[in-house]
Write a new protein. Structure first.
Length: 140
């Protein structure tokens, strides 16, 4: 897959003096059926999360609170996004290595996933991921 398929999504934002409201609907605001939602929080300063790629899983990553950087790598190119808005998400197609870092204090990272957890879907070693890229595992 290619970084060109990864992009920022903007979610509806209903403004109100009492506070804003945003919502996400599957196959409308995210391009897949939602099978799992999880979140990262209380990430100590200097820690890096992610450090893996998926064979089939698609995700949307959202900074619900605070901010953090997401570095994407398709085996050829890299791009870094700074997520800091609760009504914006980063869509990741399958076959993309990701690392999350530079978490601000109190950050909450929400992840919406297209599949339930399956350890067999992961590339945990970067060298294995690059080997798969070179073998064309993620060809379109």
């Amino acid at each position: 897959m290619s970084l060109k398929k990864c992009h920022l999504l903007e979610f509806p934002k209903i403004r109100d003096a009492r506070g804003n409201l945003s919502f996400i609907e599957e196959n409308r605001h995210v391009p897949f059926d939602i099978k799992r939602i999880y979140y990262l929080y209380d990430v100590p300063g200097g820690e890096v999360r992610g450090g893996h790629a998926h064979r089939d899983l698609e995700q949307v990553i959202i900074a619900i609170n605070g901010s953090f950087d997401v570095t994407l790598d398709d085996g050829v190119e890299k791009a870094t996004y700074n997520l800091r808005s609760a009504n914006e998400g980063l869509y990741l197609c399958s076959g993309i290595w990701r690392e999350l870092d530079n978490f601000t204090s109190g950050s909450v990272c929400l992840v919406i996933a297209s599949h339930i957890y399956d350890e067999c879907d992961y590339f945990r070693q970067y060298s294995d991921f690059i080997d798969a890229v070179n073998r064309g595992v993620f060809s379109e």
